[in-house]
Ligand binder design. Structure first.
Ligand code: SF4
Length: 174
């Protein structure tokens, strides 16, 4: 993964043109932390073997939207508040960084022609099904992280790590 948090490594110069079809295995966007990259807010990862094993059938495209949006590693945890802003526990507004990261993730998905995404569950960026409620009290509510919502809004099917562990797999034909 490149330092910008996208799937562009420094040696990865053969990036297909936007909209080009995937060659070989279908491309799949994946939260980088699920592949063992130490990019989460604690400077750790959340490696999920069942997600990493998707490399057998997919060309995995790692992305960390929060790093892509310019946030450091480590960084303060943040949650989506009731008004949609993304705030750290001490009230710092990091919404713009989350939105930039989401935009970059969508751009990467388009450029690589991915068939969908498998993202980290319950993340304020990546979670596709539920997120913490903004009170920093560990309370989950139905909702989507900023990047998961952005990908879904342009038509990508977004699963999370638990879906994959439970046998709900990405569709290689979209
Ligand atoms: S959940 Fe998403 S934003 Fe958070 S560390 Fe993992 S890839 Fe980055």
């Amino acid at each position: 993964m490149g330092a910008d948090g996208t799937g562009f490594g420094e040696s990865d110069t053969a990036v297909p043109a936007p909209g080009s079809p995937p060659a070989g295995k279908p491309a799949l966007l994946v939260s980088a932390c699920l592949l063992g990259v130490d990019c989460n807010y604690r400077q750790g990862h959340s490696l999920r073997r069942s997600v990493a094993d998707l490399a057998e059938n997919f060309d995995l495209v790692p992305v960390c939207p929060e790093v892509a949006g310019g946030l450091p590693v480590p960084r303060p945890a943040a949650e989506i508040s009731g008004d949609g802003r993304v705030l750290t526990a001490d009230g710092r507004d990091v919404t713009d960084a989350y939105r930039v990261g989401a935009r970059k993730a969508v751009e990467l998905a388009n450029e690589r022609g991915v068939v969908g995404a498998v993202l980290k569950a319950r993340s304020p960026s990546c979670g596709p099904h539920d997120v913490y409620d903004g009170t920093h009290s560990g309370t989950l509510v139905q909702g989507q992280g900023v990047t998961a919502a952005a990908l879904g809004a342009v038509g990508y099917r977004v699963l999370d790590e638990d879906d994959v562990a439970n046998g709900r797999l990405p569709d290689p034909d979209r």
